[in-house]
Design a protein around this ligand. Sequence first.
Ligand code: PDD
Length: 287
Amino acid sequence: MRVFLNDRFVEETEAAISFDDRGFLFGDAVYEVIHLYQGVPYRLGPHLERLERSLAGAMMEPVDMSLITRVIEDLAGREGRGDPDAIIYIEITRGAAPRNHMFPGPDVRPTILLWCRSAPPPAEDRVEKGISVITVSDDRWAKCWIKTVNLLPNVMARERARRAGADDALFVRDGMVLESTASNLFIVTDGVLMTAPVTNYILPGITRATVLELAPRVGVPTKEEPFTVEQLMAADEVFLSGTTSEVLPVTTVDGRKLRAGRGPVAKKLKEALHEDVRREVAAGLRD
Ligand code: PDD
């Protein structure tokens, strides 16, 4: 597999990153994950805008987005072609310099890494049955809107879920359920779709925004409001949204089966999402 590192494409076996890299030493880096459907990057613009916001939020210098776009197009054309589902991963670190908490000088260039890998969406039987989640106290920092590689709380929460026999974990802060370790969270109550509002405490997901955009078109009203674990437990439907999870129903929370199971709203929204994907793929393949 060929990957892009800093200024060129190299074979993955040739790609070497310094042990002085600040991404490795401090988690001093931001990232993006973009879904390629049949080699076409879905919602590329919003992903790149979020990458720019993450860079600014992490006090990193802007990176030339036309370079990133060209690399994505190249990877998508070569590695993603013929694959119905793949992801492009982008990581930008503050670069390599002898370990010092202080930012390095302007002569230190960021490390830029992009690769493309096959990434099948959740299997249909998982979507059909719905997944199980646990709730965990949100011990992440207060800038969750920056898509940083500092994912220790996320990976530990996911491991706690695995050890509890569940698939994912939901972060709860001050009694409010926010999102999962790598997806946003929606509930449906009395026909209204609800998700936590965009604050410092969630990642403003691109799929979340897409779902909020598509819901009214399929006759589902939406509300961006905080909700509690009790509201989650009593909801008619619960589902996750994300670049890799798409629309993924949740049917068990903390070992308790929800009353709804996989509901009609999640089904409708997943269909609407795939319809939107088909439109973008058709437009992308025409270009
Ligand atoms: N995760 N919330 C968190 C904490 C996330 O890490 C992600 C994405 C999302 C969903 O965002 P989007 O719809 O833009 O993918 C919400 C990516 C996929 C990951 O870390 O692999």
